[in-house]
Design a protein around this ligand. Structure first.
Ligand SMILES: NC(=O)c1ccc[n+]([C@@H]2O[C@H](COP(=O)([O-])OP(=O)(O)OC[C@H]3O[C@@H](n4cnc5c(N)ncnc54)[C@H](OP(=O)(O)O)[C@@H]3O)[C@@H](O)[C@H]2O)c1
Length: 184
């Protein structure tokens, strides 16, 4: 069952150009949720813009807890020197290559290509207005196709009472799950 995971602000903004709207460590609960869900699913599908931005991580292994990483690109595999990454030239090809239930992790183009196939969406809805681009927004979900099944409020601040803990969220957010109820 293909799923998506995304974090967006009040206007559904997910990024600005190739940049993220926050650093992963600034939203520790979202980072933790991503880690847990991606590890459970085992295969992730990611666009070349989002993956290649992370050059430093890439050289080691971009998602160490994930069994399979599939990068979507229309370019030839020989153009990349990325270890342990499968390359697919379309969303359909990526879904066929997936060894486990795939998790589509963005960015904007890849969310648009993946939405018709997804059956579940794990969204972190950041309760803030952040300076994003029009081109990097997550699509609206049609109410006759998607149903909200879970919503948990996560306040801003430290993640627990441990004063030594550096884990924190700079914005409040809602961790929401949407399930598909129909296809157009
Ligand atoms: N907030 C979040 O949850 C989240 C998550 C991920 C990313 N982001 C943000 O999203 C932004 C990047 O999004 P983006 O739209 O620019 O890039 P993207 O979706 O990550 O990657 C786009 C690239 O993927 C390939 N591609 C896309 N659709 C394809 C298809 N159907 N078939 C084959 N290849 C395909 C193409 O690669 P080639 O050019 O190599 O052919 C295309 O240029 C950044 O701001 C990033 O921070 C946010």
């Amino acid at each position: 069952m293909p799923a998506m995971i995304v974090a967006y602000d009040r206007q559904r903004g997910i990024g600005k150009g190739k940049e993220q709207l926050w650093r992963p460590y600034e939203m520790a609960s979202d980072k933790e949720r991503f880690r847990m869900i991606s590890r459970e699913m085992g295969t992730i599908i990611v666009g070349s813009n989002s993956l290649i931005d992370e050059q430093i991580d890439l050289i080691q292994r971009p998602f160490p807890k994930v069994d399979q990483v599939i990068m979507l690109s229309r370019r030839d595999k020989s153009e990349f020197t990325i270890p342990d990454i499968d390359i697919a030239h379309s969303m359909e090809e990526a879904l066929e290559m997936a060894r486990h239930d795939p998790l589509i992790i963005g960015g904007a183009q890849v969310y648009r290509a993946g939405l018709p196939y997804a059956d579940r969406i794990y969204a972190t809805e950041i309760d803030a207005d952040l300076p994003h681009d029009e081109a990097t927004r997550f699509p609206e979900l049609l109410p006759d196709q998607w149903r909200e099944t879970e919503r948990t409020f996560v306040p801003a601040g430290k993640l627990n009472d441990d004063t030594e803990s550096k884990k924190q969220n700079i914005y409040p957010s809602y961790e929401v799950t949407y399930e598909r109820i129909a296809r157009s």
